[in-house]
Design a protein around this ligand. Sequence first.
Ligand code: ZN
Length: 88
Amino acid sequence: MGMGAVSTGGADGADVELCGRCRPKWLETASLVVSRLPCVRPAGHEGPHEDAVWQTWVELPPGLVYAVAVTCVAAKIRRAFADAEADR
Ligand SMILES: [Zn+2]
């Protein structure tokens, strides 16, 4: 841990590096500022991230996020095509 490292200077006197991860964009809620709070758990922790107001979240593997996104887009495209068919 070098000079200038992010540290809480915690009550126990130990230098604790924070994880500091923010939620992925797709988990942010526009109306909730708290949804943008970074993770306050120690760097390299296991399990879900947790922000300063004890809200937790997990980051899904990018592949899974991609799959979900593709599924959503596919549903929209199919609906659009279905509407186009219906117009004929
Ligand atoms: Zn974290």
